[in-house]
Design a binder for this molecule. Structure first.
Ligand code: UD1
Length: 365
């Protein structure tokens, strides 16, 4: 009998991690019967449906539609719905991705129902417990039977936490599988023309972390900085709904002569196109630190820590925190060409899903 594998996705950064694994599992129809549950943590078409279309993912088998609320409410809604589903009919294996609330909620339910649990992107730690994602990572890893790790720090962290080595597999970065598979398609996109941008002569900004956008004073300072930098280099800023809401409250302080364009969230291929041709990227995202590292595009991360230290150790990423002076200094270094150029970490090669499936072929009876 084929192993019934249920993959859980909920928020934007999950979709590009699940797509390659679904494809790789489907190559073994005699061994695996994959299904997909979308919790509905992200529900806006531009944060969700667009990604399914561009990644050529089939619609989810189950859509929970939990939507936005507080962390406890969102996590609890997902747990209640999944428990109901799995008490009636449980899969043999649940696979969760990354560090969003949907990941931890599914991990808790699977563990309590004694369903085998696999975590893709295990072991990452920012050691910053003020980040909800760090709590999600710790809980999920603690409960997982199989931990698939994307970079060396993940192996080190899990070893330090005493996770038995037999559960841990160094399989590489699955997000890079989607990136590699999409590079050709993204070259056909007319994104640059649409925003009147020339290759190598513009910057990309993303910002959505509560620590940067929920503090009105800080958000104002960061927007003023971007508006000012936009006088020297065009900037395109696809804006997350959370940030947009705060900006509406604040009244966006963008100068008339600034080349800063604040646009709606854009799709995966369009965003990949923007990143791949940018002079630099300024972000507080986790995944973008990795994508820019692979693309070898200079990245400035407006956080004081990263759970992805390979991007700063050998990649092209630098951490500035949300400090305007440090951000300006890093931008200056890039514009005058004195910044560090990075290399690509091991096993970020587009074949991670295949390696995970090879392990699962051995692990699943
Ligand atoms: C979530 C993840 C974060 C990830 C990010 C990517 C957690 C704890 N955080 O953060 O790790 O980097 O997704 O986008 O899971 N909203 C909408 N439409 C949507 C979704 C959200 O308007 O489709 C708004 C709502 O006002 C909501 C807010 O964004 O309250 C936050 O959404 P939520 O999914 O809770 O967290 P993100 O900030 O998106």
């Amino acid at each position: 009998m084929a192993t019934r594998v249920t993959l859980i996705v909920g928020a934007r950064p999950n979709f590009m991690k699940a797509a390659p694994l679904v494809r790789a599992l489907r190559k073994h129809p005699d061994r695996f019967k994959p299904s997909l549950i979308h919790t509905g943590q992200h529900y806006d078409a531009k944060l969700s449906q667009l990604f399914f279309d561009e990644l050529k993912m089939e619609p989810p088998d189950v859509y929970l539609g939990v939507g936005s609320s507080t962390h406890a409410q969102q996590t609890a809604s997902i747990m209640i719905d999944l428990e109901k589903l799995w008490m009636k009919d449980s899969p043999d294996l649940v696979v969760v991705f990354g560090d969003v609330n949907s990941t931890m909620a599914a991990a808790l339910v699977a563990a309590k129902l004694q369903i085998k649990l696999a975590h893709v992107e295990a072991g990452l730690r920012s050691f910053d417990h003020s980040m909800p994602e760090e709590i999600n990572r710790i809980v999920t890893d603690r409960l997982s039977d199989y931990l698939f790790v994307s970079e060396q720090s993940g192996l080190d962290n899990l070893a330090a936490e005493g996770v038995p080595v037999g559960r841990v597999f160094f399989t590489g970065n699955i997000m890079i599988d989607s990136l590699v598979a999409s590079l050709e398609a993204c070259e056909k996109s007319d994104t640059l023309e649409r925003y009147s941008l020339r290759p190598g002569e513009y910057a990309v900004v993303t910002m959505h972390r509560p620590s940067n956008v929920d503090d009105t004073n800080l958000l104002r300072q960061l927007l003023e900085l971007m508006s000012d930098v936009g006088r020297s280099i065009p900037i395109v800023f696809p804006c997350h709904p959370r940030t947009r809401k705060e900006m509406e409250r604040l009244g966006t302080p963008i100068a008339d002569d600034s080349g800063l364009q604040i646009i709606e969230p854009i799709g995966y291929l369009e965003f990949l196109r923007l990143q791949s041709q940018a002079k630099f990227v300024l972000t507080d995202s986790g995944g973008i630190q990795e994508e820019t590292t692979y693309l070898q595009i200079p990245c400035i991360t407006m956080r004081n820590n990263t759970e992805r230290p390979s991007t700063t150790a050998i990649g092209s990423n630098v951490l500035t925190g949300p400090d305007p002076a440090k951000i300006r200094k890093a931008i200056k270094g890039i514009l005058d060409g004195s910044h560090r150029r990075g290399t690509i970490p091991p096993l970020w090669d587009g074949r991670t899903a295949e390696r995970i499936v090879n392990h699962l072929l051995n692990l699943c009876p």
